[in-house]
Write a protein that binds this ligand. Structure first.
Ligand SMILES: [Zn+2]
Length: 169
């Protein structure tokens, strides 16, 4: 693989990448290529098939066992390709409320948390069986937020197919 900056040959090895580029603090990708350019001293993580990865992260957030935090709500909205205005309308809240949720200035109620997850699942076209599981199993164990978000570790085999969409620093 070539360096995006100078075109030089990269030296790559598999490793764990803390995927903060997605806006979340708790996502770690295991087994991705971490590449270094000897010429410009840049380090890149080569992340294959980002749309499938983001779908995978979304599914994990749907099953999260505590209330979603602001960046997670924003991640789900962006993954649906929705503006804040439109998403707020779907949730029947005003735009300022959604903004406070996304910026962790206000915590959504448990009811709104579940509604956010259901709207996401519906628009993503999750199967009826999956939605039933969410409502009957996953949603019954959601607790209030406390402490730090547990790490979400995603091995590359869970989403990689054959496409490489981007390489990020
Ligand atoms: Zn370079």
């Amino acid at each position: 693989m070539k360096c995006a900056l100078c075109g030089g040959e990269l030296s790559c090895k598999q490793g764990i990448h803390h995927y903060t580029e997605c806006g979340l603090d708790a996502v770690y990708l295991a087994g991705v290529d971490i590449c270094t350019c000897p010429a410009c001293d840049e380090v890149f993580a080569s992340i294959p098939n980002v749309p499938d990865l983001h779908a995978r992260i979304g599914e994990k957030l749907l099953k999260k066992k505590s209330l979603l935090n602001g960046p997670e709500i924003r991640f789900l909205r962006k993954n649906l390709g929705l503006s804040a205005k439109k998403f707020a309308r779907y949730l029947s809240v005003d735009h300022a409320t959604l903004s406070r949720w996304e910026n962790d200035k206000q915590e959504p109620t448990g009811t709104h948390d579940r509604l956010i997850r259901l709207v996401y699942a519906s628009i993503k076209g999750l199967s009826a069986g999956h939605t039933k599981y969410l409502i009957e199993e996953a949603f019954t164990t959601i607790r209030p937020r406390k402490g730090r978000m547990p790490k979400i570790r995603i091995p590359v085999d869970q989403w990689r197919r054959d496409k490489t969409n981007c390489a990020v620093a």
